[in-house]
Ligand binder design. Structure first.
Ligand SMILES: NC(=O)c1ccc[n+]([C@@H]2O[C@H](COP(=O)([O-])OP(=O)(O)OC[C@H]3O[C@@H](n4cnc5c(N)ncnc54)[C@H](O)[C@@H]3O)[C@@H](O)[C@H]2O)c1
Ligand SMILES: O=C(O)C[C@H](O)C(=O)O
Length: 354
């Protein structure tokens, strides 16, 4: 049945409110629920840190994803503005905004997927580990909210240093008794995206036709591209291998320096995060053969966390693939990566345990 004219006018008038924020019990929440019920079936996705450099373009890309029926945008600043803006896009997902810690629980309740780009980015001269002091606490708080409000959600963790923030989230979930290693994924897709781009440049082909596995972690030497396993198979000179490996490992720093104090990669990261989130959602839907690299709880090496190719499915990480045959150059790189990773993982674990 069509709503009568008064109802329609009331609905439009309510939308004119600048924030369109969804307070608990507000007419806004009921209105959005009505639309969600009438809209296409899909998944409920929250972005934590949605007003940031990554969060905003990521919100735009997730609003465009037909698998998303409800999109929650949470931040400690400017969530109303971003929500009002993105909500005007004529795509299916219903968008709700949540501002500040008191609204975190509402932002998280009922979510299938939570993507976390909250936290401070690097400035020139900093390492990702220099962000630990601030971002560790932010990730801890957000993970506590997830454990309480949506313990079964898939979590995509972007906040740096990923090599430590993923162990932090894991420890929070363990403490809360909700840890499922299949559902916690560190996002390393940007390393793969960069590797595909830089390798394609060298080969003179379309980057969409190239697939480079990148394993290890997400910082400096822990980013280990396996150039011997590029698909389609190809070979490189030793000089090309050195140059490509160095550029892939330092792609983040290349952007930080080019931005000269204005932050780190945001647009390519939003693209990578949207690509990875879409893969997770397709896995949740039950699509077959969804394989991505991700930093997850792993037994591929002696370390408790490691990035490799993983197969995504209804439960999150359904299968973790082994490293495959490595050449001498990659074996040396692997040892360096493991040494640094061990310290970063321990630092994250100790942050919660001590
Ligand atoms: N994994 C990767 O490949 C990758 C790539 C690029 C950037 N990053 C990391 O992503 C993070 C965000 O980068 P950015 O460029 O978007 O930074 P940004 O400063 O532009 O945005 C961060 C957002 O997080 C919000 N925020 C801060 N504390 C919060 C909290 N407690 N709860 C919710 N939101 C909070 C801020 O208000 C801000 O809007 C950084 O740590 C950066 O290093 C990771
Ligand atoms: O380099 C950074 O600090 C951000 C991110 O980790 C990246 O790889 O671009």
């Amino acid at each position: 049945m069509q709503p009568d004219a008064n109802q329609r006018i009331a609905r439009i008038a309510a939308h004119l409110h600048p924030s369109n924020l969804q307070m608990e019990g507000s007419s806004g929440l009921r209105r959005a629920d009505c639309r969600a019920k009438g809209g296409a079936p899909g998944f409920k996705v929250a972005i934590l840190g949605a007003a940031g450099g990554i969060g905003q373009p990521l919100a735009l890309l997730m609003k465009m994803n037909p698998l998303v029926s409800v999109l929650h945008l949470y931040d400690v600043v400017n969530a109303p503005g971003v929500t009002a803006d993105v909500s005007h896009m004529d795509t299916g997902a219903v968008v709700r905004g949540f501002l500040g810690q008191p609204q975190l629980e509402n932002a998280l309740t009922g979510m299938d997927l939570v993507v976390i780009p909250a936290g401070v980015p690097r400035k020139p001269g900093m390492t990702r580990d220099d962000l630990f002091k601030i971002n560790a606490g932010i990730v801890k708080t957000l993970a506590e909210g997830i454990a309480k409000c949506c313990p079964n959600a898939i979590v995509n963790l972007i906040s740096n240093p990923v090599n430590s923030t993923v162990p932090i989230a894991a420890e929070v979930f363990k403490k809360a008794g909700t840890f499922d290693p299949k559902r916690l994924l560190g996002v390393t897709t940007l390393d793969v995206v960069r590797a595909n781009t830089f390798v394609a440049e060298v080969l003179g082909v379309d980057p969409r036709e190239v697939s480079v596995p990148v394993v290890g972690g997400h910082a400096g030497v822990t980013i280990l591209p396996l150039l011997s396993q590029v698909n389609p198979p190809c070979s490189f000179t030793p000089e090309e291998i050195n140059t490509l490996t160095d550029r892939i490992q330092n792609g983040g720093t290349e952007v930080v320096e080019a931005k000269a104090g204005a932050g780190s990669a945001t647009l390519s990261m939003a693209y990578a995060a949207a690509k990875f989130a879409d893969a997770c959602l397709r896995g949740l839907r039950g699509d077959a053969g969804i394989v991505e690299c991700s930093f997850v709880t792993s037994q591929v090496t002696e370390l408790p966390f490691f990035a490799t190719k993983v197969r995504l499915g209804r439960g999150g990480v359904e299968e973790i693939f082994p490293l495959g045959p490595l050449n001498e150059y990659e074996r040396i790189g692997l040892e360096k990566a493991k040494k640094e990773l061990a310290g970063s993982i321990q630092k994250g674990v100790s942050f919660i345990r001590n």
